[in-house]
Write a protein that binds this ligand. Structure first.
Ligand code: FAD
Length: 620
């Protein structure tokens, strides 16, 4: 009934979709097996993509030739560039999305991808022969052969949903849990753990009083994620802001004795930085209110996502507390919030390609690795799909370094350090933030994506042209001298001190108050020059000039530390031979199997002295 596939992807969440699309686009024969084809690319929690650090990841996925950016653009209902008042390293695109359209667009993408087949069923077991994954066995007992398997099971493995004192098996609301796989993987020698996450109630938008809330519209000049020709929005939907208050907190506290979290029924560790509302009022008792974002779920639905009110308290307590929020007095609840516990596999069991150490040609991606978030899942899926394809075609693994991309930071963190709680990306996790910006992801990554056969020729040509244009404009701005009188007159309205002598136009951009579009007001030749270039080229040239000393400093740092990243360690390296290593370092190195000395240096318990020993041992 089935041919032998190159790559079998288990799961159709954000990780599974990217994995399947990438491997198939690169030419692998791919099968996506998922428990429910109606929930492909389901947004389990908030109807939004991107945000701080996550927006950078979506841009990187897009630059490499992944699809999350395109799908997010096609389904967005609002766009905002967060942190615009800060430096460009902090700018983070975020979209509010139509939940149903997001899922529909992903399914369209997958159905239009050649080499990609689908099968709806639960995978119960991985077929393993001679230490290598060779396919999957399903709940109907079907054996499907594949040269590699990518597991992207999300929150489904032995998932258990909690609402107050009630709990039941489930992978997500109204969906079955996946059973059998954890037990088999553990019997093969894998270590598993338990985590938890939660989601807020959804309510009827018609029952809310928006007059009592603050409006949060989208950007006036909205952007988008994809570097391709997706269209920015011409019409947007607003979100709204309101707050909890003391009465809301008191209502919630009434349910604490039935809380699965406080009563110890939930054992898994939850995301500290994305706490439930009961956790917030417990931990931050001094705060008399917490912000609530009222987020529409789409163009054509009245359903509202109550961001900031994640809870697993009993449904009647949730409802009562909601009615005490400003603007929610007459609220009608559609679905209660809930918490979910699920199995994950500590990611130190993986290599940088996301292949498991224990079973060859078996890859793990997404929430199964202890991460949380669509973007974190999607980028791992993309990398696992690429690497499964590379492996079965006898090609080198595709690894991004920490200095290449947030994706590189995320995977290196996971496989080198593991994670004790659901891992999400923050800008603070990246040491080369000024290099890893959302505006230059295409310049950093598209050529790499093209070289492996993922990013198409059109993307490649576009980025080459952009790079050339940016270089040319930067050069011209640094060359073109302007008269002080023109500058002072043209920039009169800006609060910047008067210029006394002729300077290069580029030099003016070093002043924080002056942006590239301001230069057009200085004289007509500057206006003509700038009008020749696209906005994204102007923006890039501006950043290059304004922040060149910071960029240069980070580039030097990458070069200096880069040597360690280039000292490769074979996976079968015998650490017992290196007597001078501390015993803790030896034990960690044997378990985590770092692929470079750089990666070894980031493992906790491996000291700078151990790194020197390794470097000397390798004759470097
Ligand atoms: P998922 O999106 O969970 O997809 C898993 C897929 O695998 C599904 O298609 C499922 O049908 C399929 N599957 C599973 N097992 C099998 C099997 N054995 N055989 C066949 N198919 C299988 N993220 C945040 O960033 N912030 C939050 O506040 C947040 N809250 C959340 C609250 C809840 C209740 C849930 C469920 C998730 C929440 N998340 C949150 C996490 C976010 O949804 C996930 O990080 C993201 O969806 C993970 O993507 P994934 O592809 O790894 O898995």
């Amino acid at each position: 009934m089935f041919p032998e596939y190159d790559v079998i992807v288990v799961g159709a969440g954000h990780a599974g979709c990217e994995a399947a699309a990438a491997a198939a686009t690169m030419g692998s024969k791919v099968l996506m097996v998922t428990m429910n084809m109606n929930t492909i690319a389901q947004m389990s929690c908030n109807p939004a993509m991107g945000g701080v650090a996550k927006g950078q990841i979506v841009r990187e996925i897009d630059a490499l030739g992944g699809m999350s950016g395109i799908v997010a653009d096609k389904s967005m209902i609002q766009f905002r560039m967060l942190n615009r008042s800060k430096g460009p390293a902090m700018w983070s695109p975020r979209t509010q999305n139509d939940r149903m359209k997001f899922s529909e667009e992903w399914r369209l993408v997958l159905e239009q991808t050649p080499n990609l087949d689908f099968w709806q069923e639960m995978v119960k077991e991985i077929l393993v022969e001679d230490g290598r994954a060779v396919g999957v066995r399903t709940s109907l007992g079907l054996e499907i052969r594949g040269k590699s398997v990518v597991l992207t099971n999300g929150t489904f493995l032995n998932g258990k949903i909690h609402i107050g004192e009630k709990n039941f098996g489930g992978g997500r609301t109204a969906e079955k849990a996946a059973t059998g796989l954890t037990e088999q993987l553990v019997s093969l020698g894998f270590e598993s753990g338990r985590m938890k996450t939660g989601t807020p109630p959804r309510v009827d938008g018609r029952s809310l009083n928006y007059a009592k809330m603050e409006e949060q519209p989208g950007d006036e000049d909205p952007g988008k994620f994809s570097y391709t020709d997706t269209k920015p929005l011409t019409k947007q939907v607003s979100c709204w802001i309101t707050y909890t208050n003391d009465t809301v907190h008191k209502e919630l506290q009434k349910g604490f004795e039935k809380s699965p979290m406080f009563q110890g029924r939930i054992k898994g560790l939850g995301p500290r930085y994305c706490p439930s509302i009961e956790d917030k009022i417990n931990r931050f008792a001094e705060r008399d209110r917490h912000q609530i974002f009222v987020e529409p779920e789409g163009w054509n639905t009245v359903e509202i996502y109550v961001n900031g009110f994640s809870t697993s308290l009993p449904e009647d307590v949730q409802y009562k507390a909601l009615t005490k929020i400003e603007g929610f007095e007459n609220v009608k609840m559609f679905r209660p919030g809930y918490a979910i516990e699920y199995d994950f596999f500590p990611p130190t069991q993986l290599g940088l390609s996301l292949e498991t150490h224990l079973v060859q040609n078996l890859y793990f991606a997404g929430q199964i690795n202890g991460t949380t978030g669509y973007e974190e899942a999607a980028c791992q899926g993309l990398m696992a799909g690429i690497n499964a394809h590379q492996k079965v075609h006898g090609k080198d693994p595709f690894i991004l370094k920490r200095s290449d991309a947030y994706i590189g930071v995320l995977i290196d963190d996971l496989v080198s350090k593991g994670t004790q709680e659901p891992y999400r990306m923050f800008t603070s996790r990246a040491e080369y933030r000024i290099l890893l910006r959302q505006d230059n992801a295409d310049i950093r990554l598209t050529e790499l994506g093209h070289a492996i056969g993922l990013a198409g020729q059109d993307r490649f040509e576009k980025v080459v042209a952009k790079k050339e244009a940016v270089e040319l404009l930067t050069k011209e701005l640094n060359k073109l001298k302007v008269e002080p009188a023109d500058i002072n007159e043209g920039l009169e309205t800006l609060q910047t001190s008067a210029v006394k002598e002729k300077v290069a136009a580029g030099h003016l951009l070093k002043r924080p108050q002056i942006g590239i579009t301001d230069l057009k007001r200085i004289n007509s030749s500057l206006e003509t020059l700038l009008n020749k270039y696209a906005t994204e080229v102007q923006e890039q040239a501006e950043i290059n000039i304004k922040y060149d000393s910071y960029i240069e400093r980070e580039e030097q740092l990458v070069q200096k530390l880069g040597n360690l990243e280039n000292y490769r360690i074979k996976t079968d390296f015998d650490y017992d031979r290196v007597k001078a290593l501390s015993s803790e370092a030896r034990e960690k190195l044997k378990r985590i199997k770092p692929e470079t000395v750089g990666q070894a240096s980031r493992i906790s318990g491996v000291s700078p002295a151990d790194v020197s020993v390794l470097t000397i041992y390798m004759g470097k």
